[in-house]
Design a protein around this ligand. Structure first.
Ligand SMILES: NC(=O)c1ccc[n+]([C@@H]2O[C@H](COP(=O)([O-])OP(=O)(O)OC[C@H]3O[C@@H](n4cnc5c(N)ncnc54)[C@H](O)[C@@H]3O)[C@@H](O)[C@H]2O)c1
Length: 405
């Protein structure tokens, strides 16, 4: 029997018809109806399973999108590519249709790379002053909360990767951001517009993408002021998960890593968006950061390549080559390949993060959720990239919750 809190939690997915959101929606429906086991959902298993998390059937989904169409079309793509089963999609049709009806046009940011059938309303909103965009998104969130009598709404950012933007002066403090918004000179990326709206609407924020989201100092200040928890950036689902699990082993055995070369091929819409070099830069930065930090050796050669290979669809293939030196100066290598369904790996992490953000808010925790670092390539807080140390932090947090501290 799944957990029950007696509360109703709203979850607002930004990028609501994307591959991850579609897997979250059908996955939750399958879990509720007993068609799926909670495989990959750490909050349902082991010691974390003891925590007072919201139940799968206590979650109501809504969201923002910038393309038209319907969720069953996104699900159809995932069925054709062997990620969702046709039986699950058929059994979840009513739940999916109800979620689809709650999806509102979001705010389009920049050129519509890889996006077919753009919603003209999203393009109109994206062209409006940023202050106006924030107000509209905030109003949608508040309307969702009141019309469905929800106790809380957690906002989850799973929209496309944005172009990399250098930090602006206006983002340094809440006062400077507010002043810049007044003049429509804040130059926020869409992910930060959504984060700002979420905090103004009193919602915790989860950023699963490499986008800036709530990481700007001004928004971090806003979250603390509004007493809201938030976490990010960029879900650690595949190759980086392996790197951050394996690199500590080399460090522990005092082996000298000379080079760590990684190469990724991916074929889904995310891959298509990442084939744009400026957007790819956001992702590449996050992937390199973890390895450099764990090996703490500036002379290590690390490189990550990402290519779009359409025929792979949702199946990402990563090949890593680790060249290292042992005793007597002997050079050796480790190579691994990883072939995973990106969305099937991401969806359970998103479900965990929803429950953890809700629990943190319920406990009155505000600011960066350092205990969720194991879920991210570039955690907002937590202090280490070592997966094992990060997971220990999460378990320690769980113990503190159970001990009432
Ligand atoms: N799948 C993984 O393993 C993984 C891991 C880490 C990070 N991510 C990140 O998660 C995000 C989503 O991945 P996906 O595979 O679902 O991608 P996707 O391309 O299938 O879905 C993204 C959705 O976001 C929508 N969108 C784009 N701009 C928007 C905006 N301004 N407002 C609202 N919606 C908008 C798109 O129309 C699309 O439907 C990507 O940024 C990806 O880099 C994925």
């Amino acid at each position: 029997m799944d957990a029950q809190t007696g509360r109703r939690l709203g979850v607002w997915l930004i990028g609501a018809r994307g591959a991850i959101s579609t897997c979250v929606a059908y996955g939750l429906s399958g879990l509720r109806n007993g068609l799926l086991e909670p495989v990959g959902i750490a909050t349902s298993r082991g010691p974390l399973g003891e925590l007072p998390f919201v139940g799968f059937d206590e979650i109501v989904l809504g969201g923002h999108e910038v393309v038209r169409g319907d969720l069953s079309a996104s699900a159809g793509d995932l069925v054709r590519n062997g990620v969702l089963s046709a039986e699950l999609v058929a059994a979840s049709a009513a739940d999916a249709a109800a979620f689809d009806a709650r999806i509102r046009p979001g705010a389009l940011d920049g050129p519509d790379v890889g996006l077919a059938d753009l919603d003209p309303e999203a393009a109109r909103l994206g062209a409006a002053a940023q202050g106006e965009q924030i107000a509209r998104i905030q109003a949608d969130l508040e309307e969702f909360r009141s019309s469905h009598e929800l106790d809380r709404v957690v906002v989850v950012y799973v929209a496309s990767t944005e172009s990399w933007r250098e930090e602006r002066e206006a983002w340094a403090t809440l006062a400077s951001l507010e002043e810049a918004l007044e003049r429509d000179a804040a130059e926020l990326p869409a992910s930060s517009i959504y984060a700002c709206a979420a905090f103004r609407a009193g919602c915790p924020f989860v950023n699963f993408t490499p986008n800036r989201g709530s990481s700007l100092p001004a928004l971090s200040e806003l979250a603390r002021e509004a007493k809201l928890p938030h976490c990010g950036n960029d879900g650690k689902t595949g190759e980086t998960l392996l790197k951050t699990a394996l690199a500590p082993m080399f460090a522990a055995r005092a082996l000298h890593v000379l080079s760590w070369q990684g190469y990724n091929m991916l074929g889904n819409r995310d891959g298509e968006v990442l084939s744009d070099p400026i957007r790819r830069e956001s992702k590449r930065r996050n992937k390199d950061e973890a390895l450099r930090a764990i090996l703490s050796d500036p002379s290590v050669h690390t490189e990550v390549g990402i290519d779009y290979v359409p025929s792979l669809h949702d199946w990402k293939t990563a090949w890593d080559f680790v060249h290292f030196e042992g005793f007597l100066g002997v050079k050796m290598s480790l190579q691994f390949t990883w072939a995973g369904s990106d969305s099937a790996l991401a969806a359970p992490l998103v479900i965990d993060l929803i429950r953890l953000a809700d629990l943190a808010a319920e406990r009155g925790e505000a600011g960066e959720m350092a205990h969720t670092a194991c879920y991210f390539k570039s955690p907002l807080a937590g202090g280490t990239h070592d997966f094992h140390a990060q997971f220990r932090e999460l378990l320690d947090y769980g113990e503190r919750v159970l001990n009432g501290s």
